[in-house]
Design a protein around this ligand. Structure first.
Ligand code: GTQ
Ligand code: FE2
Length: 348
């Protein structure tokens, strides 16, 4: 028997669109995930002047959305912030309309600064205040309008890297620049605000939360009601999950949203999960350790936590809380049987 492993033998395979698995096995079947994403922090104070520049220099007539994409240095083509998820910083100026469109990608907004803007989602005007979490589930029409007198800036979270990876992305313009208001403003938020009392004459119309806005004032109320007598999670502090009132589960089928209050001097236990996470600092100072790197944070910074990277939250202040908003692709991984989480020492 002759051993024929010449370069020529391999080239012939190439032309037939086949490849020898034995040459690739080790990189296709890793002992554990090795994220292409890198741990990274985007500093809000460094980005804000650039947003203000483009608010002045670029009309919304010439841009579908005025958004700075937070691109992970390890995920540039196609661009993503962490695996399957996107974060962007959007700015809209007084009097501007970001025109109506819809896409299959799920989206949410977390408001950073400004007041008196609203997003119209399938005919419902949803008003925005700092700290509010607004839902734009896949294939819902949405346009943004700013009626205030100061810049309005928010964090956009989307799953389009996932939609595009599945080649299931559709996009459509509404036609008119803005939708008409067809129901009372903030109707969905008022209908579901009581949490344990849902409108029983309605039915879930899809996998996403029907709530247009999870207002910050309710988040503060929830923290105030439980934080003083709750121990919370060893890793994530007093951590609350925003829920879909129909299911009790995540707000979007592919994305979960949580908010953590870290008490003064909180030093979390490191944990890791196959879910990829994006953090946004609502308030406070501290740092996040990811692997052997340390990322100090200040208000409104954004931090990428790649999947399976051990990470730890630390509140650096002896007197003030730190509050972190977090979103991840955990629901998508769980639905597909790919979720593994561990606090070193204990496997879940
Ligand atoms: O505001 O509708 O950051 O469609 C990316 C895509 C925001 C939006 C983004 C979008 C939007
Ligand atoms: Fe959109």
């Amino acid at each position: 028997m002759t051993m024929n492993t010449s370069a020529r033998a391999y080239e012939e395979l190439d032309a037939l669109a086949v490849a020898p698995l034995w040459r690739y096995f080790g990189e296709l079947f890793l002992p554990e995930p090795r994220s292409a994403a890198r741990p990274h922090r985007w500093e809000y104070a460094a980005l804000r002047p650039h947003m203000m520049h483009f608010a002045d220099a670029l009309s919304l007539e010439d841009a579908e959305r005025r958004v700075l994409m937070l691109i992970n240095p390890g995920l540039q083509d196609p661009p993503a912030t962490v695996n399957s998820l996107f974060a962007g910083l959007q700015i809209i100026m007084p009097g501007e309309t970001a025109q109506a469109h819809r896409h299959t990608a799920n989206a949410f907004r977390f408001v950073i600064e400004g007041d008196a803007a609203y997003t119209t989602v399938n005919g419902e005007r949803v008003h925005m205040h700092p700290g509010d979490l607004l839902m734009t589930p896949g294939w819902h029409w949405h346009d943004h309008y700013h009626a205030g007198d100061r810049p309005m800036i928010w964090l956009d979270g989307l799953d389009f890297p996932l939609t595009n990876a599945f080649e299931a992305g559709f996009f459509e313009l509404f036609g008119d620049r803005a939708q008409k208001s067809t129901v009372p403003d903030d109707l969905s938020s008022r209908r579901f605000i009581h949490g344990r009392l849902n409108p029983a004459w309605e039915q879930a119309a899809g996998p996403a939360s029907p709530v247009g806005n999870y207002p910050w004032r309710e988040t503060e109320r929830a923290f105030a009601a439980i934080a003083d007598d709750a121990e919370g999670s060893e890793s994530e502090g007093i951590v609350l999950e925003y829920t879909n009132p129909w299911t009790g589960g995540s707000v979007l089928p592919t994305i979960d949203c949580k908010v953590s209050r870290l008490r003064p001097r909180f030093r979390g236990r490191p944990r890791r999960t196959t879910a990829s996470t994006i953090l946004h600092v609502v308030r406070g100072q501290g740092h996040v350790e990811i692997g052997d790197e340390r990322f100090d944070f200040a208000p409104h910074d954004v931090i990428a936590v790649p999947g399976w990277a051990p990470h730890r939250f630390v509140n650096g202040s002896a007197t003030e809380d730190a509050v972190l908003f977090a979103y991840s692709n955990r629901p998508a991984l769980r639905a597909l049987g790919m979720l593994r989480e561990e606090i070193p020492g204990t496997e879940v």
